[in-house]
Structures are given as structure tokens and as C-alpha cells.
Design a protein around this ligand. Sequence first.
Ligand SMILES: [Mg+2]
Length: 442
Amino acid sequence: MTIDLKAFAKENQIKFFMISFTDLFGVQRAKLVPTQAIENMQQDGAGFAGFATWLDMTPAHPDMLAIPDSTSVIQIPWKPEIAWVASDCIMNDSIVKQAPRNVLKRIIKKATDDGLYVKSGIEAEFHLLTPTGDQISDRFDTAEKPCYDQQALMRRYDVVREICEYMLDLGWGPYQTDHEDANGQFEINWEFDDALQTADKHSFFKFMVKSVAEKHGLRATFMPKPIEGLTGNGCHAHISVWDNLGQKAVNNKFKGIGTGQTGEVGLSKQGKYFLGGIIRHAGAMTAITNPTVNSYKRINAPTTASGATWAPNTVTWTGNNRTHMVRVPAPGRFELRLADGAANPYLLQAVIIAAGLSGFENQSDPGKRWDIDMYSEGHKIRGASKLPLNLLDALREYDKDKALKEIMGEEFSQAFLKMKHKEWHSYVSHFSLWEKDNTLDV
Ligand SMILES: [Mg+2]
């Protein structure tokens, strides 16, 4: 239901609206619009030069207009005179097909036309670093196994409490906060929701965590592997499919017989088809779930200081066992453990649904479930695909996956591949110290 933003401003003493959109690389771009201009902006949108962001456009393109989706509006808790609103990009009166929120909305529509309402919860891990981003901010946070460290958690209480209280006020239903497996790493969990709502919340969460950390003189990062040798920042996604949106959802279509570790895991036939799609397209999906050069320091990584990376290296699934790419922790949902903190919140949801829809259409079999410790016994598995070893391999796999590219949209796929290949070329043309150390005396 559309909200009148002018009335919203009056009611909440809003001075500015932050009209925000997310580009292909997951960067949030915004314009601050004073309240007296919001009526027109809500109608016509805020103008942006697309080329100046990570979108496949030239300087000659006309204005791209970001039309606020008023249903997403959030009064910024740490700056209540501003309201953030996600927006949808148009150009020449047409939807910009490569814009990530548009990609997600189109795929959600495709799913709901088939009566499939995807709900999703995400676990966006982050590190709290010094302002320059090169060190863990808490110099006493040095334990070999720092996960759930009570003392280290309390030393960052002021930061995580503030974030959690804002989430409570926003009605997101946060239910736990902990110190994660790397020194300086934290996670705050909140309730799952419809995929678009989760994507908007995920975007806002990243903005909020970074902003609150800055307020406390720290730097928050979702970088996949910010500290060499320590566990990286995952962004696990918990997926289920229901019979309706929001509160109207009654039946979980993924719920099947069985309860967990032994026997059936509790996924319905539809749940298994969806999972089959994820398994089938995993290599290609990786380009989107793990979209940076640094992402490949987290997956396929050597053992970290804590004893485990908690990240997958092979395309396998199981029951309640965290060493696989997909685990089914409880009946009626599965957890995709592939994505990392660099994943674009909109494209992450989009590619999961796209792969799942392909699985549905083809009645894909997810294959054998493996109840082994992948970190110590992974070599016993024959025939399971390995995840791409670097961004270039992932982009090539995405490019080869015609079915997934088609569901994600040809225009989007071309734009994404073009921009990401450019990024890869920029990376490989960069001279590193490693090269000098290992090549100087050849
Ligand atoms: Mg975690």
C-alpha cells in the first residue's frame, strides 16, 4: 500500500528523505531530498547519472530516475530527521532492467505467478575494525576460539545494543546477538520475511551497522575475508516457500516428512526441487553470491585460526551439519551457506529464487545427501562439483549457464558480466607484493 511521504514527513518530523538505490556492485547510492520537495519526487523520482555508479551505462545516457517505493520507508533511528526509502530505477519511462531491485521484483513476480511466495532470512556477519580498517578494534579480542566470547561481546555492548534496539523499534524482531568465530566478528539475527522485505532490510542493516560503528569511532565491514587467517564474513540465507505474502502465509510448502539428522530431513518434494535447482546452478550462482576477488579467500580457504572456515568448498547438501554448502537445519527450510558479506542484497535473493524456480520447472533432483564432515572427509565424495576458485571462474560459469542467465534477465546478465569482467581486469593488472616476493629472483 502506497504511503504518502509528505504526510509521513509531517507525522514524524522528517526534514529530509534519503532516496536510495543499489547498483550492480551492491553500493547504495542516494540523494537527500528536503521534505518540501518530496511530493514531486515521490511522483517523478530523483535523477541520477547511471554511468557515475556501477551500472553498465555511458555518460551519454539520459537521466535515470529513482522512484521511491514508499512501502520501504524507514525513519533513520540514529538520525530521526531523515527517512530512508528504497527506490526503483526507470529511464525513458521504462524499467531499468539491470537495476538489482528491479531484477528481484521481476523474479518475485514470476514466482508468485506460480503461487510460490519465497521467504528468506539472512545472517549478515560483520567485523568491527579500527577506523582505517586494518586492525581489529578490540586489542584484547585475541582468543584462538573467540566464538560466543562473553567478555569480548560485552566490550562491544554499546555498539551491538544500539543496533539491536533500533531493530526492535523498527519491528524487525531481532532475537540474538553474538560474537562470531573470528576475532572482532559479530552477528545480529532478526526474523525472516518476504524476499523483497528481507532484501530492503538487509540493505538498511548494512547502512545501519556501518553508521552506528562510525558513531562509536569504529569501522564496520562486511568484507568476505577482512583479516587473513581468520574466519570470513558469511551471509547465510534461510529459504522457505509459502502459500501467501506476509502474515497471510499459512502453509509452508517446503515442509515435508522427517525431522532432521537421520532419515528424511523434513523437506517436501517441492522443497527438494527448489534445492535441486540451487545444487544445479551453484557454480554460476557463485558469481552473484560471492561477487568480489576477496570472496574467494573465504570459500575454498585453508583452515582458519579457530579450526574451521565455516564456509563451503563443494556443491553438497546435508541435514543439520555446517560443513556443507546447504544444510537443512529444521523441517521446512534450508540454509544456503555460500554467500558472503559482499553479496548484493537484491541479487542474492534474486539468484536464489531464480535457481529455485529453474529447479521447480525441471523437477531437479538435489542428488545424494552427504552426512559427513566435509572439512575432514570431503575427499571421499566422488562426482560433486567444486565451487569456482576465483571470480573469473565464477563469471565464466555464470556466462555458461544459459538457463539461469535467462531467468535473471539477459540485459541484467550482460551488464553484470561486463562490469565484473572489468573489475577482474583491474585486479589482475594490479601489481602485488606477492609477485615481487616470488618472482624477483627467478
Ligand atoms: Mg554466523
